[in-house]
Design a protein around this ligand. Structure first.
Ligand code: DGJ
Length: 755
C-alpha cells in the first residue's frame, strides 16, 4: 500500500465515520482498516534535489512524513543517498518534527511550524503525509521538483517546489497551499521554505540599518533557541533589516574558504526568517512571509503560492557563493541582466526641489558635457493646487507643475534629446501627501485607521494597493508618462514611507479580513509591475526606496537596477556596496558621484564606477581640472564597464578587517580585469598596503600588463606600466597598488599580453 492508498483509506474512513457512525459493524470495519493502514510500513522515498555541486536530500519515513536528511556537497554516487540516514543517530520521539521538510502545527509537532492552519470547522491541527513527487526538466540547466503532501484527515494539500539552476548552484523554493475543504480555511503561517542543516556550529550574518546607513553586517554564533530576522514595516520593508543573510557552517566562512549558504526571501513586504538550533545541534530554518498580523483566508479550492526563498551554497567561501548568485541573477532574474546600462546625471542632490525649466535645460548641457547617456529628473516636478516644492505636499498629483515646467515633460524630453542626452524621470506612485488633490478626492484609497489620528512617515501615507482601483491608478501614472512621452528612457521608482495604521477601506468594503492587507499590498504591487512590463518590457527602471529600503529578487525581475543608499559619501559607500555585492551583481548597483563628501572627485568617481556610474552634481560648478578628469572618467568607465557589468567579482581585501578595500572584476575568458583599491581608514599608519594583493580569476599561464587608469590630470602613476607579469605571479605573489594618503584610490587595468 503506498502513501496515496493510505490517504485514500483514511479519507474513506472519515466519510464512513461521518455518515454511519451509529452502526457497530462499521466501527469494527473501521478498526480493522486503521490497523491495516497504520501497521503497514511505508516504502521509503528518497528525493535528491541536485545542482552541479550540492544536493538537498528529502526522504520519507515509515509514516510517509517528509524530512530532510542531508544538505551539502553532492555525492557522485547517487546510490549512496539512501544510506545517509543510517549514519545519523538522531533518536527522538519527535525526530521528524526536527528535520521536517515542511513542519505542520497542531498535531505531533511542538516546534516552530512552517505552516499553521485553522480548518473550516475551527480545528487547528495539521498533519502532512507524502503523496507523490515529480521532477521536470525545463531545459538543460533548470529542473523543478514538486512534492505533494496531504493532510490525511482534512485533505488539504501542500506542494513543495524546488527549482534548481544546475550550473549556478542556486535553488528557488516555494510552496503552494490548497484548500480542499468545502468552506474557507484560515492560514496563520505559510512559510516558503523549511530547511534543516547538520553541522557542528552555525554563524549567521545578517544586516541591520536605517536611512543612509543600510546593510550593516553582524555575525552571530547561533546557540540553542530561535534567532529571527524580520520586518513589519510593510512597504519600505528593508529599512531596518533586509531578508538577506548568510549562514556559515562549522566555522565562520571567509571570502575563499568555508561552507556558507547565502539566502534571501524574494518578497517586497513583511518577512520572517527563523534560525533554530535544536537539541541535536542541527539548524532548522523557516523562511516566509511574516505571520505577524497576516492571517490569510483561502476559499474552497483556492491556492496560495508563497514567495520564493532563494539560496546558494558553497564550500569554497563567500566569494564563490556570491558569484553563484550573480550568475543566476544576471541570467535569470534581474531585468536585462546581461545587457548594458545608461550612465546618467541626476538632479536630486544638485537642486533638490528648487528648479525650473531653465535650470533643467542648463543641466542637460552639463550631462552632455560630461559625456553621460541620460539626464534623470528627480522629485518636485508635479502638483499644482499643492505644488511639490518640498516633501510636505503634492505627492499623488502627477501633473507637471505649471510654474516650474510651463511646457511640460514633453518639452523637457525634447530639449534633452536635442542636447544629445536621453531623459528619465522620478516617480513615487504608491504614496500620497495628505496635502494633495488625490488625498482630497480618494481618501478611501489611503491606508490608515478610520478612527485614529493619521501617522505620517516623511509627511506621507501609503496608497492601498490591495484595491484594484489603486492598482489602475498606479499603472496609469506610468502609462500616461510613457504614452505622452514615447522616448522617455528611464524611470526611478521611489517608495519612501512605511505602513503605519494598517487598515484598508477596500478590504473592509469587500468583506475581506484586514489581516490580508500586508500580503495583498505586495501582490497588488506585483500585479501593477507585471502589467507595466507586459506593455513596456525594456525601459530601464531603478528600484529606490528612500535609499535602499526595498531591494529583493522578487522586485528585481521588473527592475534593471537599484539604489543602495542615499548616503553617497564614498567611504560609506565602499562598505554599503561591499555588503550588497554578496547578494546583487554590480550591474544592478546605481552609484552616483555627489558632493556629499569633501573627498577628491577621483575617489568619489572610482567608488561610483564599481557598478552603474551616475552623477548628482552641477557640472558647471566643477573646476576645469575636475571637469577634465570627469570627462575622461566617463570615457574610461565605458571602456571597463563590460568587466564591471559582466565579469566575475573577487573581493580581495576586506575593509572591515583592513585599512583598505580591494575588489576586482575579471572577464570570463581571463584576458582582462580591473582592480579597484581604496584607502578606507585615514588614521596614521606607516602604509595602507605594505604587502602585495593577490589577484584572482586570471590564467596562471598567461602574461598580463598592469596599468593604472583613471588618473587625475597631471598625476603620474607610481605603478610601473611597462612590466608584464604571469597570471601565476599576480595570483601568488600579487601586486601592490601603492595605496596611501596621497593615492587614496587606485584603479588598475590588467590586460593579457597577446602573442
Ligand atoms: C529618496 C531617494 O532615495 C532620493 O534619491 C530622492 O529621489 C528622494 N527620495 C526624492 O524625494
Amino acid at each position: 500500500m503506498n502513501a496515496e492508498m493510505i490517504n485514500k483509506v483514511n479519507s474513506g474512513l472519515r466519510k464512513i465515520v461521518g455518515c454511519c457512525a451509529a452502526g457497530a459493524q462499521f466501527f469494527l470495519l473501521l478498526l480493522l482498516m486503521i490497523a491495516s493502514a497504520s501497521s503497514f510500513a511505508q516504502a521509503i522515498v528518497t528525493i535528491p534535489i541536485e545542482t552541479q555541486k550540492n544536493v538537498l536530500i528529502l526522504q520519507t519515513d515509515k509514516d510517509a512524513r517528509l524530512g530532510i536528511v542531508y544538505f551539502g556537497k553532492r555525492l557522485s554516487n547517487k546510490l549512496e543517498y539512501d544510506a545517509i540516514t543510517k549514519q545519523f543517530h538522531l533518536i527522538s520521539d519527535n525526530m521528524l518534527t526536527f528535520n521536517s521538510a515542511y513542519t505542520p502545527a497542531g498535531t505531533f509537532n511542538l516546534l516552530e511550524p512552517a505552516v499553521q492552519i485553522t480548518h473550516a470547522d475551527g480545528n487547528m491541527s495539521l498533519d502532512l503525509k507524502y503523496v507523490s513527487s515529480e521532477t521536470k526538466k525545463l531545459d538543460e540547466n533548470i529542473t523543478v521538483t514538486s512534492v505533494l503532501l496531504r493532510d490525511p484527515l482534512y485533505l488539504d494539500e501542500i506542494t513543495l517546489f524546488y527549482k534548481t539552476y544546475f550550473k549556478e548552484n542556486v535553488v528557488e523554493q516555494w510552496s503552494v497551499i490548497k484548500n480542499s475543504e468545502k468552506k474557507p480555511i484560515r492560514m496563520q503561517k505559510y512559510a516558503s521554505a523549511n530547511l534543516y542543516f547538520l553541522a557542528d556550529e552555525y554563524y549567521l550574518t545578517h544586516y541591520n540599518g536605517t536611512w543612509g546607513n543600510e546593510m550593516k553586517p553582524e555575525e552571530d554564533h547561533l546557540t540553542h533557541g530561535i534567532k529571527s530576522i524580520d520586518t513589519k514595516l510593510g512597504t519600505r520593508a528593508n529599512l531596518m533589516e533586509p531578508a538577506t543573510f548568510m549562514v556559515s557552517f562549522d566555522k565562520p566562512a571567509t571570502e575563499n574558504e568555508g561552507k556558507v549558504l547565502l539566502g534571501q526571501l524574494a518578497w517586497s513586504g513583511n518577512f520572517k526568517i527563523d534560525f533554530e538550533v535544536d537539541v541535536f545541534k542541527n539548524l532548522r530554518l523557516i523562511a516566509g512571509i511574516n505571520p505577524y498580523a497576516s492571517e490569510y483566508t483561502l476559499a474552497p479550492a483556492q491556492e496560495f503560492t508563497t514567495p520564493a526563498f532563494i539560496y546558494t551554497f558553497s564550500d569554497n567561501g563567500k566569494g564563490e557563493a556570491s558569484r553563484n548568485l550573480h550568475h543566476w541573477a544576471t541570467k535569470y532574474r534581474l531585468l536585462d541582466g546581461q545587457g548594458s546600462r545608461l550612465t546618467l546625471l541626476n538632479n536630486w542632490e544638485a537642486t533638490y526641489f528648487d528648479f525650473d525649466e531653465n535650470k533643467l535645460t542648463g543641466l542637460f548641457k552639463g550631462a552632455k558635457k560630461l559625456g553621460v547617456d541620460m539626464f534623470l529628473l528627480d522629485d518636485g516636478w508635479f502638483g499644482n493646487k499643492y505644488p511639490r516644492n518640498g516633501d510636505r505636499s503634492g505627492l499623488g498629483d502627477w501633473q507637471e507643475n505649471a510654474k516650474k515646467l510651463p511646457h511640460g515633460i514633453g518639452y523637457l524630453v525634447k530639449e534633452a534629446n536635442a542636447a544629445g542626452v536621453k531623459f528619465g524621470i522620478w516617480v513615487e506612485p504608491e504614496m500620497v501627501n495628505p496635502k494633495s488633490e488625490l488625498y482630497e478626492k480618494h481618501k478611501d484609497w489611503v491606508i490608515t485607521q478610520p478612527d485614529r489620528p493619521e501617522k505620517y512617515y516623511r509627511n506621507q501615507l501609503v496608497l492601498d494597493l490591495s484595491n484594484p482601483a489603486v492598482q489602475n491608478f498606479v499603472f496609469g501614472v506610468l502609462d500616461t508618462l510613457f504614452t505622452k512621452n514615447p522616448t522617455l528612457a528611464f524611470v526611478k521608482w521611489d517608495c519612501n514611507s512605511v505602513i503605519f495604521n494598517a487598515h484598508s477601506a477596500y478590504l473592509q468594503k469587500m468583506g475581506l479580513p484586514q489581516s490580508q492587507l500586508y500580503v495583498d499590498y505586495v501582490k497588488g504591487l506585483y500585479k501593477v509591475l507585471e502589467r507595466l512590463r507586459a506593455k513596456y518590457p525594456t525601459v530601464p527602471m531603478m528600484l529606490c526606496s528612500g535609499g535602499g529600503g526595498r531591494v529583493d529578487y522578487a522586485a528585481l525581475q521588473y527592475f534593471t537596477e537599484y539604489w543602495p543608499s542615499d548616503n553617497t559619501d564614498p567611504v560609506e559607500r565602499i562598505f554599503i556596496q561591499w555588503e550588497n555585492s554578496y547578494f546583487y551583481p554590480a550591474i544592478a548597483s546605481c552609484n552616483h558621484v555627489t558632493d556629499w563628501s569633501n573627498l577628491p572627485i577621483k575617489f568619489r568617481t572610482d567608488v561610483a564606477m564599481m557598478g552603474k556610474l551616475g552623477y548628482d552634481i552641477v557640472v558647471d560648478k566643477l573646476s576645469e581640472k575636475d571637469l577634465q578628469f570627469s570627462q575622461q572618467a566617463v570615457a574610461t568607465y565605458q571602456s571597463i564597464s563590460d568587466l564591471v557589468w559582466h565579469g566575475d567579482l573577487y573581493r580581495l581585501v576586506n575593509p572591515n578587517q583592513n585599512p583598505m578595500a580591494s575588489l576586482m572584476f575579471a572577464n570570463l575568458d581571463k584576458s582582462r580585469a580591473v582592480v579597484f583599491n581604496y584607502l578606507t581608514n585615514t588614521r596614521f599608519m606607516p602604509s595602507a598596503s605594505p604587502k602585495p594583493i593577490q589577484l584572482k580569476g586570471l590564467d596562471g599561464a598567461k602574461q598580463y600588463t598592469v596599468k593604472e587608469i583613471n588618473l587625475y590630470p597631471g598625476v603620474k602613476s607610481s605603478i610601473n606600466n611597462s612590466n608584464a607579469y604571469s597570471g601565476e605571479f599576480l595570483m601568488t605573489v600579487g601586486i601592490n597598488p601603492d595605496v596611501n594618503g596621497r593615492r587614496a584610490s587606485v584603479l588598475l587595468e590588467i590586460n593579457e599580453v597577446k602573442k
